[in-house]
Design a protein around this ligand. Structure first.
Ligand code: PGA
Length: 257
């Protein structure tokens, strides 16, 4: 059984004041908390505060960084290393989000280097993949996502324990657009990703990896998405900014898979 993983992604939003209000307001029953990982990706500037405050008042509300550099240190202005994230006890880190791939031109090779550096440093990577609308309409969704999975995840990770990673399937056309993939479309691609992972890493490892869906997840579509066999969780942008909405998402109603 894969433990459900409900993640938010604040992107470039939030300061200490709004984070405090959010943590205070966030509320999920103990029964759900016991069975699920609940994590929010926050900007670097909030890592220390979030860790210190949430750990004290809502210990189940974990946090993630939204990016990292693959080198341990050096002349990389504006970047942050794995050991710097560890300095703030950051348990998770998102890598390869489509916004990083698009605006910062990140390649699969770089995403893979980040993933490896995180695993070596003991931080769990959340690796994002997903096709654009143009690629989907051209019938290339499997080719694109398959090459992202191979290039960003399977490529050079032989000695590392990949069963710990989390993979997020986020079709670019569904991010921030209000256009959610149907639960069948999301399931189809998460299943495909698991198949690719099995081909590269073996079935046992692939069966243990948690695969999330992301792209306009909301309180009114979470239950259906979480009912899909290969969807083990979600990565939520816009709707994770409101404590009430994200509380409802984290407290989704379980259906039999
Ligand atoms: P969205 O973003 O939920 O606002 O579509 C998802 C993401 O980018 O992780």
């Amino acid at each position: 059984m894969r433990r459900p993983f409900i993640a938010g992604n604040w992107k470039m939003h939030g300061d200490r004041k709004s984070a405090k209000q959010y943590i205070d307001e966030f509320s999920v029953p103990k029964t759900a908390v016991a069975k699920r990982d609940i994590v929010i990706g926050v900007p670097f500037t909030l890592l220390q505060y979030w860790g210190a405050y949430a750990t004290r008042v809502k210990p189940y509300l974990q946090w993630a960084a939204e990016d990292v550099h693959w080198e341990p240190k050096g002349a990389f202005t504006g970047d942050v290393s794995v050991s710097m994230l560890k300095d703030f006890k950051t348990p998770y880190c998102i890598v390869g989000h489509s916004e990083r791939r698009e605006y910062h031109k990140e390649s699969n090779k770089q995403v893979n280097a980040k993933m490896n550096a995180l695993l070596e440093g003991g931080i769990i990577p959340i690796v994002c993949v997903g096709e654009t609308l143009k690629e989907r309409e051209a019938g290339k969704k499997e080719a694109v996502v398959g090459s992202q999975v191979r290039g960003s995840i399977i490529a050079s990770a032989k000695s590392l324990d990949l069963s710990k990673i989390v993979v997020a399937y986020e079709p670019v056309w569904a991010i921030g657009t209000g256009k959610t993939a149907t639960s069948a479309q999301a399931q189809e691609m998460c299943k495909f990703i698991r198949k690719e992972l099995a081909a590269g890493l073996g079935k046992q490892i692939a069966d243990g990896i948690r695969i999330l869906y992301g792209g306009s997840v909301k309180p009114d579509n979470i239950d259906e998405l979480m009912a899909q066999a290969d969807i083990d969780g979600v990565l939520v942008g816009g709707a994770s900014l409101k404590a009430k909405d994200f509380s409802r998402i984290a407290n989704y109603k379980e259906k039999k898979k």
